[in-house]
Design a protein. Structure first.
Length: 386
């Protein structure tokens, strides 16, 4: 199905009762600066929305296709969390055990008692590599180098006392625990135990043969006021936030580098379609991937607070954040998911049986709750079919 509008052609399917979603998707192009994007929704395991439109590159020479892959940044964290919870369900990982049980080197610098659940809940204090050891992008591409640095790193705040968003360190730390247990990289484990069995076009470490399907990430367009505010925020940030966000400072264009696409950076470089993200979360709503008991554990809130890195009030669960009062994943405050830098998202509301995924290449300036994402999510739950 395709519909020609004045400036954008919408492709895909939208079931009866979900017409507001299609309207919001189209409005994102007309009113919210969308370049290329896709959005998918499942309901009780059935796909009810699968839309795509726009351009896969800044030059508008490649139309967005049904199988266009996009770097989804921190939306990847949800996929990594699924792997950890699957290992826990299988009895191979104890979330309350010290990380050092599985990764002995992590015990350095006073971290010997940090439990695995604090990694998942961003409460380890290891928000990143400290500024006393400046690193570049090439280090982020080197798994052994990053995990060695994080194993040696002292916490930036007392573990367990607060949340501090582990922007990049989350993936390496949880991923190394997965690797020590299974002998597989997190990307391989995810492919063999989650993406493969579910038939998901979702990759952590993208094979070079698939690079041609990638959309080009485009940097956020900032007003002068927004750019000034951002510069002020970084200038005033303390070591907790700086370790997470500027060592190194990763920008949107880095995701277009073939080396980035091929590396395993499981907090930030998953490549997926919206359909794959929606299907992943859909499998969490119906018990087909993890048991309902495991999903309840995964979405158990760890206490609402202002995150020491992001500076935003939210409630982390174990590898996801909850919708909470922001209604980030719909009206249910216990709906859960994860957003990615620039706008992408994946989320689920088990009570309604709704799950969704959103990918785009024109990045916005926010770490979460991009206006385009919120317009789509709000439209889903305002739809008569939901």
């Amino acid at each position: 199905m395709a519909n020609q509008t004045l400036t954008v052609q919408i492709h895909g399917e939208c079931a009866t009762g979900f017409e507001p979603v299609r309207q919001a998707f189209e409005e994102n192009f007309h009113a919210r600066g969308e370049l290329g994007a896709a959005f998918a929704v499942t309901q009780h395991g059935e796909t009810v929305v699968d839309l795509w439109a726009g351009w896969a590159d800044a030059g508008r020479t490649r139309p967005w296709a049904a199988d266009t892959l996009t770097n989804v940044w921190s939306t990847t964290k949800g996929a990594v969390a699924v792997c950890a919870h699957q290992l826990a369900e299988r009895g191979l990982l104890d979330l309350d055990a010290p990380v050092a049980r599985y990764w002995p080197e992590f015990a350095a610098a006073g971290k010997q008692d940090i439990p695995v659940r604090w990694l998942l809940a961003h409460r380890s204090g290891v928000t990143g590599v400290g500024l006393d050891h400046p690193i570049g992008i090439e280090t982020v591409l080197d798994w052994d180098a990053m995990t060695a640095l994080l194993a040696a790193q002292a916490p930036h705040f007392e573990p367990g006392t607060a949340s501090g968003y582990q922007a990049m360190s989350f993936g390496f730390m949880v991923g190394e625990v997965i690797r020590r247990i299974t002998g597989q990289t997190v990307g391989t484990y995810f492919q063999e135990n989650v993406a493969g069995p579910l038939g998901l076009d979702f990759h952590i470490g993208l094979p070079e043969s698939e690079h041609a399907r990638c959309s080009e990430m485009v940097e956020p367009v900032l007003t002068s006021e927004a750019a000034s505010a951002l510069a002020t925020a970084f200038a005033n940030a303390g070591p907790i936030a700086l370790a997470a966000l500027v060592n190194p400072r990763i920008e949107g264009h880095h995701a277009n580098d073939p080396a980035w696409r091929s590396a395993q950076i499981p907090a930030a470089n998953g490549h997926a379609t919206a359909r794959a993200i929606a299907s992943l979360y859909g499998a969490l709503t119906d018990g087909s991937l993890l048991s309902r008991q495991t999903v309840e554990i995964a979405r158990t809130g760890q206490g609402r607070e202002v995150d020491l890195v992001g500076g935003l009030g939210n409630e982390w669960a174990l590898g996801f954040y909850l919708g909470s009062e922001e209604k980030a994943f719909g009206p249910n405050p216990r709906a859960f998911g994860h957003d990615g830098f620039g706008g992408s998202t994946g989320g689920a509301d088990p009570e309604s049986g709704i799950a969704f995924g959103y990918t785009m290449n024109q990045m916005g300036p926010l770490l979460r709750d991009d206006p385009r994402k919120m317009a789509l999510v709000n439209a889903v739950f305002a739809s008569p079919g939901s």
